[in-house]
Design a protein around this ligand. Structure first.
Ligand code: GDD
Ligand code: MN
Length: 392
């Protein structure tokens, strides 16, 4: 197959697999000035993959117009190895987007990526494949599980690598904490976990992007030893680090924007505003001066209806889009009411204790009650009304 030119990408999405060229595995090797290594790595990979009975695979080299003409070498090699394809990108130079464009052109049911400079041992590919066959959505080759490691890394390099991982754990713990080696560039992922999702990769850390935006549930880790080669010092420059920071903050914003808990709290805040206004209109001595408990029940009910509507349309949109008949919505509204009624009782108890026992200002007592009840409401409703953990 020849070289292929690709337009500069916006967000990248993976299309569904197209028969008849369906394969089991598509392995992408991103390259930049790897002409000295690719022959050896392709030979070793072919030997390893041919050893897996019945496996239909392809290897896709995505080269960013390397000055050492890696793409040309790849093209020559593809004559010897029909399962090898070469893509030459002429106007971009970025590891993550190269990998994704390789996957976009891929025919496999499972995607893989690894470095092309022999620092990732080719034989580990078999272990990763086995992990996927056992049902993993994602299998990562990790330096940080038993049996894995780094050969001859200098102390400063170890510190930088661990520092980057720590930073990831602080900024996006729900992503970086999913695996022991979130910096790994050697892994396999099911196409179905990425299909139709918008990916906006940046820089080196494609795995973080996949973990954050892909539908990955079952993860498996396989140990490997990162081979240091003296002639190849790390290319991690300040620019790469700056890209990493930008990528992390982008992921953080994305996760906040789509986090059901954050949405639930925003909806809750709108409900609180309604609740507090109603409480003022009904119970304040300057207005209707009704009893505190009676006023609170009415105020809370109105806020509740408001919250249900927004939570159903926005907070848990993924779930409610699938279960959108009138009956299903009505059932959810009933469950939501029931669970929040318990919440209201909890709220009343806290409000009264605050107001009567501790002589707190009624609004402050009410806000404290709402704070506690938010956690009750979120967790019970998430599990029981919009069952996000259940498999359909
Ligand atoms: N197409 C393309 N474009 N490929 C690139 C580019 C680029 O701009 N930059 C690097 N590559 C290719 C290299 O040729 C190599 O095959 C692979 O991407 C990794 O690049 P290295 O420069 O060798 O990375 P490293 O040795 O520092 O390895 C670290 O990063 C890897 C990638 O995330 C480690 O953290 C590895 O574990 C990790 O796999
Ligand atoms: Mn390398």
């Amino acid at each position: 197959m020849g070289t292929l030119q690709m337009a500069a990408p916006g967000p990248l999405t993976i299309a569904p697999q197209q028969p008849p060229d369906v394969l089991d595995l598509s392995l992408v090797l991103p390259t930049y000035n790897e002409s000295a290594h690719i022959e050896a790595i392709v030979e070793q990979l072919v030997a390893a993959l041919d050893g897996i009975p019945g496996l239909k695979y392809e290897i896709i080299i995505v080269d960013d117009d390397s000055p050492d003409r890696t793409w040309e070498k790849a093209l020559q090699l593809s004559q010897k190895f029909p399962q090898l394809r070469a893509i030459r990108r002429q106007h971009q130079r970025d590891l993550s987007t190269a990998v994704l464009q390789g996957w976009q052109a891929a025919c496999g049911e499972i995607f893989a990526v690894m470095d092309a400079d022999l620092q990732h041992p080719p034989e580990t590919i078999t272990e990763l494949w086995r992990a996927m066959r056992r049902g993993a959505d994602l299998a990562v080759a990790s330096r940080n599980v038993e049996g894995g490691g780094v050969s001859d890394w200098t102390l400063p390099r170890r510190i930088v690598s661990r520092g980057a991982q720590l930073l990831g754990l602080v900024v996006v713990p729900e992503v970086a904490g999913k695996v022991s080696d979130p910096m790994s560039g050697y892994f396999m992922v099911r196409r179905s976990a990425l299909e139709g999702r918008e990916l906006k990769p940046l820089g080196y850390k494609i795995l973080m992007e996949v973990l954050a935006r892909g539908g990955v549930e079952k993860i498996s880790e396989v140990p490997y030893v990162f081979r240091e080669t003296p002639e190849r010092p790390s290319k991690h420059s300040p620019a790469v680090f700056a890209q990493y920071l930008k990528h992390l903050s982008r992921l953080r914003i994305h996760l906040l924007k789509t986090s059901p808990f954050v949405r639930f709290c925003i909806v809750g805040a709108s409900g609180t505003l309604i609740d507090t206004t109603m409480l003022f209109l009904l119970s304040d001595p300057r207005t209707l001066n009704w009893t505190l408990t009676g006023s609170k029940i009415i105020a809370a009910e109105v806020a509740l209806a408001n919250n249900f509507i927004w939570n159903d349309l926005w907070t848990f949109e993924k779930f409610s889009r699938r279960q959108n008949s009138f009956r299903q919505r009505a059932r959810r509204f009933l469950k939501f009411n029931l669970l929040c009624s318990v919440g209201i009782i909890l709220n009343l108890i806290i409000l009264n204790i605050g107001f009567k026992v501790f002589h707190m200002n009624r609004y402050i007592a009410n806000l404290s009650a709402i704070f506690v009840v938010t956690f009750w409401n979120y967790n019970t409703n998430r599990k029981l009304s919009w069952r996000t953990t259940a498999k359909e």
